[in-house]
Design a protein around this ligand. Structure first.
Ligand code: DIG
Ligand code: MN
Ligand code: MN
Length: 384
């Protein structure tokens, strides 16, 4: 069976992912800095990619003249036309320039907070120009190394005020963005505010236009927090807030590795894909990851292809798991799951439950064949 991605799979890549030049904290770039148009052409070569995403300055350098910006946009548009790729998500770089050394929305400097909102409005304009309908906000610099610097409660007020202002700008301009806030526990700041999906879901409920705001969970970031990413995504799905997702992979307890999807822990990736497929997630699947520093252009394209093919293979494995006779037999052998606690309260239901007697020993003796079920999962993943 061949696993060929198509644009209908809604796989996307940021310009900064395939365009990653291989620089790391201990070494210079190992690859050329390709232009946005060249990156789009590389994604066209990979085949089956739905779209591309960008931070404002991935496309237009922060100090570009209007003429330079116009020329870049012209070349980028031409590449989109020849490859058929769309722009699916836009976001703002509020972490690269030194002005953001203490954050953007939560900076202690009111001028920096103003500039961050100014820059985001213009980045929203740019994304809308190319048809993006998802706007991601990753607060990579919104944090602290020492809590002597700022009051974390005041920081959340500042964060909320900035997001409220920008969701109102979205309404005034009629851009139709849905905002996806992206959590990360640390790096580049010692501690980043709103570090996990759970923190963001609580934060979103306090916003003026909370219906327009969801989350963009990333595998690597929940792993950095030592959390189960599938459960984080389940929480977002359950809350109706999974507006976007950053797929990659990551060893626990390491710096943000942004590895190719499924390359570090295929079993965890399987359960994530099974969750997304079982719950009919219909959003973009963004591979926020990059090739190894050792990769050349051809291997970077293999990285992009591999990301998509792994997802498709795991989705096929999820279909085979759901249809597997042994899996069905094991699930059927487990205690009845339906019923139990009444979905709605009534005095009668409470009286019945209150008076009910339970044979604890008999219930405790029931079997839960999870070893067999997990073993069968491993066998299916191994092609068995
Ligand atoms: C890091 O995981 C962040 C940035 O790459 C970007 O702002 C966001 C978009 O996916 N992810
Ligand atoms: Mn990351
Ligand atoms: Mn990300």
């Amino acid at each position: 069976m061949s696993f060929k991605p198509t644009p209908n799979d809604k796989f996307t890549f940021g310009l900064w992912t395939v365009g990653n030049p291989g620089r790391d904290p201990f070494g210079e770039p190992t690859r050329p800095t390709w232009s946005p148009a060249e990156i789009v052409d590389m994604l066209g070569e990979a085949g089956g990619v739905c779209g591309v995403n960008f931070h404002d300055n991935d496309l237009i350098p922060i100090d570009a003249t209007d003429a330079e910006a116009a020329s870049i946009k012209k070349d980028f548009s031409a590449a989109l036309n020849r490859t058929g790729l769309k722009v699916c998500m836009a976001t703002t770089n509020l972490f690269g320039d030194p002005v953001f050394k203490d954050g953007g929305f939560t900076s202690n400097d009111a001028d920096v907070r103003a500039y961050a909102v100014h820059k985001t409005m213009r980045a929203m304009d740019l994304g809308a120009e190319f048809g993006a309908k998802i706007y991601v906000m990753w607060g990579g610099r919104e944090g602290a190394e020492t809590d002597a610097a700022k009051d974390p409660v005041e920081s959340l007020n500042r964060y909320r005020d900035a997001v409220n202002f920008l969701t109102n700008y979205n309404k005034e301009k009629g851009y139709g963005y849905r905002f996806a806030l992206e959590p990360k526990p640390n790096e580049p700041r010692g501690h980043i505010y709103l570090p996990t999906v759970g923190h963001l879901l609580a934060f979103i409920q306090t916003l003026e236009h909370h219906a327009d705001v969801g989350v963009n969970p990333e595998v690597a970031h929940e792993h950095m927090a030592g959390l189960n990413f599938t459960h984080a995504v389940a929480m977002a799905l359950w809350a109706g807030k999974l507006f976007h997702i950053d797929l990659n992979d990551q060893a626990y307890g390491r710096y943000d590795q942004d590895f190719r999807f499924g390359s570090e822990n295929p079993k965890a990736a399987f359960f994530l894909v099974k969750l997304l497929e079982d719950h009919n997630y219909d959003g973009f699947k963004h591979f926020d990851s990059h090739a190894y520093r050792t990769s050349d252009r051809a291997d970077v394209i293999e990285f992009a292809r591999g990301s998509m093919i792994t997802y498709l293979r795991l989705a096929d494995a999820a279909k085979r798991w759901n249809a597997d006779a042994r899996v069905k037999q094991l699930l059927a052998s487990m205690p009845k799951a339906e019923g139990g606690v009444p979905a709605t309260y009534s005095p009668g239901a409470a009286a019945d439950l209150h008076a009910r007697s339970f044979d604890r020993a008999a219930i405790a003796a029931r079997s839960l064949p999870y070893e067999a079920l997990d073993q069968r999962t491993i066998e299916i993943l191994m092609g068995g």
